[in-house]
Design a protein around this ligand. Sequence first.
Ligand code: PRP
Length: 235
Amino acid sequence: MAIGAEANSCYDFRRKRFLFPSHCAMPSNNVHIVEHPLVEHHLSIVRNKQVGPEQFRQSIAQLATLVTVRATTDLQLRQDDIETPITVANCQILTQRIGLVPILRAGVGMVDSVRNLIPHAEVWHLGLYRDESTAEPVHYYSKLPEDRPVDIALILDPMLATGGSACMACESMLNWGVQQTKIVSVIAAPEGIELITQKYPSTSIYTCAIDDYLNEDKFIVPGLGDAGDRIFNTL
Ligand code: PRP
């Protein structure tokens, strides 16, 4: 399958075979998995428990770039004539106000990569953590303004597990009045994808891998552990 293949069937991209857990609904056409040799390589690094924080951060950053390229293929452009040192060239320029919404903490590990691609993007942090005993998201920080929503919001978080945190972020975007929200992740669990596609069917999900399932502690299997702890060396 080519880069950007759509997860509109039971195809298990990681194992290169068709299978989607029977307890989860089939994902919709709004779920996009980036297939690329560089993605596979960097996934092998972030999954490796022997890898330390520096290398982990670097690979999360590379994966963030790769998945964001896929997540931004439909950004709107306007034509403009630009003077080059030689002549005038007809160019295309981004028109939308783009907001990056990193979910603290792990989402911060993706921000620089995405800002390198979209330097004029606004960054609006959302503070959410998962309660360890319930696995429910707890909101602790937001400075979203009451008006003037961005045109498109990219929710950044390396991990989509139960989907609870991403749902809370989607709700914040809806309340802000954002017209288009995309979830940009590194690994996702089928359970989280199912929740998002059911609750926010117009929200697209972009990820580098759909893993097998959540264990009894709601950790992604095989996963990569706790991305926030590994990025910030707080294990
Ligand atoms: C992790 C991860 C997501 C969330 C995913 O964050 O980075 O934000 O859990 O889980 P969910 O899909 O079940 O909601 P965590 O709560 O560990 O916070 P941290 O980034 O501060 O470590």
